[in-house]
Design a binder for this molecule. Sequence first.
Ligand code: NAD
Length: 423
Amino acid sequence: MNPISVAIIGLGSRGLDTYARCMEKLPERAKIVAVADIDPEKVEIAAKRYHVPADRCFDSGEALLRQPKLADAAVIATPDACHYTQAMAALNLGYHLLLEKPAARTASECLDIAALAEEKGLHVAICHVLRYTVFYQTLKKLIDEGRAGDVVSVQAIERVAYWHQAHSFVRGNWHNKEQSTPMILQKCCHDLDMLLWLMGGHCRTVSSFGSLTHFTRDHMPEGAPLRCVDGCPAGDHCLYNAERYYLEGFRKWGDAWPVNVLCPEPTEEKVKKALRETDYGKCVYQMDNDVVDHQVVNLEMENGATAALTMCAFTATGGRHIRIMGTAGEIEGDGEKNVIRVRPFGGEAEEIDVTRLTDDFSGHGGGDFRLAQDFFALLSGEGKGLLTGIRDSVESHLIALAAEESRLHGGQSVGMKAFTGCP
Ligand SMILES: NC(=O)c1ccc[n+]([C@@H]2O[C@H](COP(=O)([O-])OP(=O)(O)OC[C@H]3O[C@@H](n4cnc5c(N)ncnc54)[C@H](O)[C@@H]3O)[C@@H](O)[C@H]2O)c1
């Protein structure tokens, strides 16, 4: 069988460095036949790497989508604000979609994408890659086996890490919610998707609090210039010194995330230029960032079970932790160490070392590759299908948007039916 032909729209960290690399490992399943990005250097790199002819290279997703359909499937990995219009245009042309999260920025846009995909009979895999990790699949299996009994309450924490917050949510693409999306949607639609999947059922009510506390001008060191490279008096001890972080990062790790977000195929000169010219070289206390650095979300499910999610910038490392409390036991997942502990009431505790269950922890604990694999297998008419349908994926977005609504209104409860207008 011929491989599925694929157009990649957005050749950044996800489009080019993640999904294109996944496709390299699946040559019998997927072939890149068209590419688009507004950055000509990225188009050139992709065209050269994947032998894409010049008449299949485009200077924007919009330009690619003005053509008749060029491939079986499209990967949409552009910034959040582009997703809705590009996804709708691609669905109208008949592309199956691997659509980066968040699918869209408002509840009605999310529901539009779901409705159009259903109407056209097309598959849309929203990249909730955590569902595809062995860690979360093991948690799900344990719950389904009844090891916790009926799940009554869940506590989850998304540990963003102080440096990741600075990179992505202070200096980076997601620092300003008008230009991208509220951070709870951007960072935690994954976590909310996990809560829905692990707990089963639907969410009835949401409430949320949170704010931006630290990355503001009030915390700027005295005399700090706009750019770290311009001789900041606090440079030696500032945790967020861009020069130390990115330049030393490049010297240690080379062409790897997050340095390759500053410039494609980085060199020392390119990184220095980016520090002089882009937001990645700016003082974290002088950006126009407005997204939160901490937020809590409470969920009441339709069956009365509850969940509490904390997203916080101020953690030493990134990683997710979860504690599932049920009528017959407790299951605790440490996503940082990849360890799951099952503690049945009145029984023997068991510890599961997830690192013994798989050796692929590349890209989101192996989730990026497994999602791509399942998506292309589905389009080839093989495999088990996707772990999540478009409606399930969209529900997590609706909850995140309801949480943001609550946060902006002093934490008042938001009923999901009233918020979405869905029955
Ligand atoms: N699933 C996940 O876990 C996960 C992780 C990180 C990012 N993301 C999402 O993936 C998306 C891409 O993120 P990224 O980190 O790759 O960002 P990025 O900035 O590295 O890449 C985005 C690319 O899109 C290009 N672009 C901008 N406008 C365009 C247009 N109109 N047409 C074509 N290309 C355009 C940019 O030039 C850039 O190369 C975002 O929506 C982000 O939220 C998802």
